[in-house]
Ligand binder design. Structure first.
Ligand code: NAI
Length: 294
């Protein structure tokens, strides 16, 4: 049978999660999606109304099928962690079983197992603030949503991942180089995510024969990136300075060769990459290799 993938962090057709879903679907995988609870209604109704049909198109002309969409809030591990105001919040009260543990249980009940786990989510409430102006609360929230969320997802999904499976997350070069504007502790969160990729590769590899890698992606004008405010500048900077002068796309429409992050993810979670684990793989047109701007 084909592989089954759970992709956390898709709420529209503009981001890297969508691109990865498409590349995995094109390679024959069954697609399950975890969508942030507050974004669930609009995502599901847009899907139903055919708003994404154009961007669901795969290279063979068929449309990507999403077998099931699960509500997910990856900052909560189990129901005990959810504060009362969130429980009673209108947008949350309408759905259930959206903590990480409950989603893993639901997927187990529905499908038994998965082969591929994708983490394509991040959130930093103070991302527009410099680190020196970031509050403790904002910093910890960035780490919780953007790094621990991966630890938690892997921890809860590992028992239902078939040996030989793999996981992948998305990181950004602000973890290792100074990128002014990527604030609020988000640079720290990406550094944690990359370090955890190594430690988790060891633990999940030894325990379950599961590989763990992360893609350091170049700039993309996704919804999350637009909220940071400097994305157009970063795209232009990359166009001007990277070894390869082209934009990265998220596979919204099929333009040959432009779904590079999705395709790299599909490679990394496939048997073709069976000896690659604990790695940070750059899919950024080579920008990371530059020492100075040109
Ligand atoms: P996106 O907006 O498509 O994806 C972020 C997703 O995270 C959204 O669907 C949002 O609903 C979800 N999310 C936020 N908080 C959540 C929570 N608590 N629980 C569950 N879901 C939650 O944007 P993008 O940019 O494609 O982001 C995907 C990943 O790619 C992120 O890790 C991001 O940091 C990374 N990345 C993005 C780059 C860019 O330039 N756009 C560059 C390098 C990495």
């Amino acid at each position: 049978r084909g592989k089954r993938a759970f992709i956390a962090g898709v709420a529209d057709d503009n981001g890297y999660g969508w691109a990865i879903a498409k590349s995995l679907a094109a390679a024959g995988a069954e697609i399950l999606i975890g969508t942030w609870v507050p974004a669930l209604n609009i995502f599901e109704s847009s899907l139903r109304r055919g708003k994404f049909d154009e961007s669901r198109k795969l290279p063979d002309g068929s449309l990507m099928e999403i077998t099931k969409v699960y509500p997910l809030d990856a900052v909560f591990d189990s129901l005990d962690d959810v504060p009362e105001d969130v429980k009673t919040n209108k947008r949350y009260a309408g759905s259930s079983n959206w903590t990480v543990q409950e989603v893993a249980e639901s997927v187990k009940q529905d499908f038994g197992s998965i082969d591929i786990l994708v983490h394509s989510l991040a959130n930093g409430p103070e991302v527009t603030k410099p680190l020196l102006e970031t509050s403790r609360k904002g910093y910890l929230a960035a780490i919780s949503a953007s790094s621990y969320s991966f630890v938690s997802l892997l921890k809860h999904f590992l028992p239902i991942m078939n040996p030989g499976g793999a996981s992948i997350s998305l990181t950004y070069i602000a973890s290792e180089r100074i990128i002014p504007g990527y604030g609020g502790g988000m640079s720290s969160a990406k550094a944690s995510l990359e370090s955890d990729t190594r430690v988790l590769a060891f633990e999940a590899g030894r325990k379950h024969k599961i590989r763990v890698n992360t893609i350091s992606a170049g700039p993309l004008g996704s919804r999350a990136a637009k909220a940071i405010g400097f994305i157009d500048m970063m795209i232009n900077y990359s166009l001007a300075n990277a070894p390869l002068q082209k934009e990265l796309h998220a596979g919204k429409l099929i333009i040959n060769g432009t779904e590079e992050v999705g395709n790299a993810a599909a490679f990394l979670v496939s048997p073709l990459a069976s000896a690659i684990t604990g790695a940070v793989v750059y899919v950024d047109n080579g920008l990371n290799a530059m020492g100075v701007g040109v």
